[in-house]
Design a protein around this ligand. Sequence first.
Ligand SMILES: [Zn+2]
Length: 223
Amino acid sequence: MPAALATVVAAALAVTTATNAAASTAAPSPAAACTGYVGLTFDDGPSGNTTKLLDALRRSGLRATMFNTGQSAAANPSLVRAQVAAGMWVANHSYTHPHLTQLSQAQIDSEISRTQQAIAGAGGGTPKLFRPPYGETNATVRSVAARYGLTEILWHVDSQDWNGASTDAIVQSAARLTNGQIILMHDGPANTLAAIPRIAQNLASRGLCAGTISPQTGRAVAP
Ligand SMILES: [Zn+2]
């Protein structure tokens, strides 16, 4: 789609959203200000950091997709429910966080299916999105994921928070996101937690809102 036309369509959608919001509720809708959506993702939870992470996201008015490991979901089912209660989307990040491309098809199947069960059992619903640990994937991994109705989601921007990135660097990574794109972050790092209010400010200054990830397109869209 030509950029000019895309702008017109986005503007028309924004008007439609604003009209619907006005009709359904007296409160102004934050969605009316959104000219695009980005996918914030946090891997490897839930953990002892999750409560603080959810608080920070809520305070900043952000929603995100949480790629949980099955073992962490099974160990912390109340935190999976807390993710859902905070408005987050819960997704599958394997059970034990292995290098999936080094496993047999049966082992890959077990990693994915046990995680679906653990998350659903904890109250997180049945995930539709799957991210292989380390982003390591191949045709076998994708076909097993597809068997469980899962779409594989990687990322467009790597915050490098797993690699010791500073809070400034994480904020700058998020500032590179454009409409539809997804950023990789993690549940644990203190610098990631500290970056959240500034990420929210930057996105708002650019008219971007935190969206959900479409299983159909693998891109961030309006929730
Ligand atoms: Zn991971």
